[in-house]
Design a protein around this ligand. Sequence first.
Ligand code: ZN
Length: 245
Amino acid sequence: MRPILPVLTAALALSACAYNPELGRQQMTIVNDDSLTQAGEQAWNQALAKSTVSTDRRANARVRAVGQRVVDAAGLGQQPWDYAVFENTAPNAFVLPGGHVGVTTGLLTIVDNDDQLAAVIGHETGHVIAHHAAERQSQTVASSLLLGVLGAATGGDTARAISSYGGDAAKYGFLLPFSRKQELEADRLGVDFMQRAGYRPREAVVLWLHMQAQGGSSAPQFTSTHPSDATRIAALENYIAQRGW
Ligand SMILES: [Zn+2]
């Protein structure tokens, strides 16, 4: 078994690293989009099963309208999308690969206007466009493989390690926290999308200030939006000023 290992490692390094022009950097993604779509489907069904969907028709229609404009602007409008408002006091939103947008009632109480709602959905869509979940998961798989390789050199079972970590990849992709760098990228992509959709990018700054004022970390597990710190807000303000928005 041992001669396979260097070949496998080299193949991974070659096939998994690609330049992403949206982000302007190299990205390593071992986990593919198909498994992400599947995991998105699972996470959506889980959210629907475990949470209470709001029966407020106006709120649902509002999220549908704003969400559709944002995903269209992000170039994802060609696929069908589901939208839902979840009864939850924690201000949160999520966009899942495969076409699902969820927003909590708590978020709707802190946004002053549709522009701010678009800023949140734009940020989450930014994570999807940038394949952040796949990237995060791939980093974990890669380090696990490395451990497997080390294990094999001392008599461990690499094949088993690979299939086990690969199998878990899709399952846990959405639970891994995003890195700081990924958050900044999602912020930037988010204002790009909302601007393209006709919303006012400056409202994104107001939104993140509202989020910051909320503080705490009582966010439900299926979401990935979280309060922002001063550095992030400053970076966003800088970017918006740079673009002349
Ligand atoms: Zn985020």
